[in-house]
Write a protein that binds this ligand. Structure first.
Ligand SMILES: C[S@@+](CC[C@H](N)C(=O)[O-])C[C@H]1O[C@@H](n2cnc3c(N)ncnc32)[C@H](O)[C@@H]1O
Length: 209
């Protein structure tokens, strides 16, 4: 499906939903959010990747780009359960993901709890999925070590765009070798929506740290 057709479909779906439904902003600010997802796709390593799990997929726009541009059809999506019905609260996310025809299931990342996935993927990705801050008591530092150990039971590569765009002081030291803060040609920080802290790590690097 070409991008214009995809956009048109999402626009049509959004007209059936409350204008403030979760996800509506992605359609209103299409260019900005597409740029964010495109930047992620452009900076993921797809070598040897034929299957992807996206955690907290929201509207599914990242998965759309991976499917279309990388030719990967084995993509599975997760989200929290409130986004699986057709009410105003969750329907826009659900209907927009349905367009992709991908398996989508409920899964929560809870700190220090296993994800209990039932298969292997080549890569696990997440963009601003908020399990590592907004879902926690203020001041709690997410246990990335536990979560990455858990991810690597199921995959060989992890890519995360975190929701952190500040100094990054709260990240634990063990994570620093795998943190990335993208910069422009002259070392300058990029503006929104590319600005932010990313985690990019392969299983081998993690296990040999
Ligand atoms: C800010 S939205 C980002 C959506 C999408 N990844 C994107 O970049 O456009 C946060 C997403 O994280 C999901 N989420 C929230 N808490 C979660 C948790 N504990 N585990 C997994 N996903 C969660 C939400 O349902 C939502 O889809």
């Amino acid at each position: 499906m070409q991008i214009e057709e995809y956009r048109e479909k999402l626009l049509e779906i959004s007209k059936r939903h409350w204008k403030k439904a979760p996800g509506a902003k992605y359609i209103h600010k299409w260019d900005m959010y597409m740029l964010e997802k495109q930047f992620c796709v452009d900076n993921m390593n797809f070598d040897g990747v034929n299957s992807v799990l996206e955690i907290g997929c929201g509207m599914g726009m990242l998965a759309y780009l991976i499917k279309e541009q990388k030719g990967i059809s084995d993509i599975e999506l997760t989200d929290v359960d409130e986004f699986f019905d057709h009410t105003d609260k969750g329907g826009l996310y659900k209907d927009c993901c349905d367009v992709l025809g991908l398996k989508r299931f409920v899964m929560y990342v809870n700190m220090n709890e296993p994800m209990k996935l039932d298969r292997q993927y080549d890569m696990i990705v997440a963009t601003r999925t908020v399990f590592d801050r907004e879902c926690l008591e203020p001041g709690t530092i997410f246990n990335y070590e536990y979560w990455l150990d858990d991810c690597f039971k199921y995959c060989k590569r992890v890519f995360v765009k975190t929701n952190f765009a500040g100094g990054g002081k709260s990240f634990p030291d063990y994570l620093r070798p795998y943190l990335w803060w993208p910069t422009g040609p002259n070392g300058e920080s990029l503006g929104k929506p590319r600005r932010g802290w990313y985690i990019r790590v392969d299983k081998e690097q993690w296990e040999n740290r």
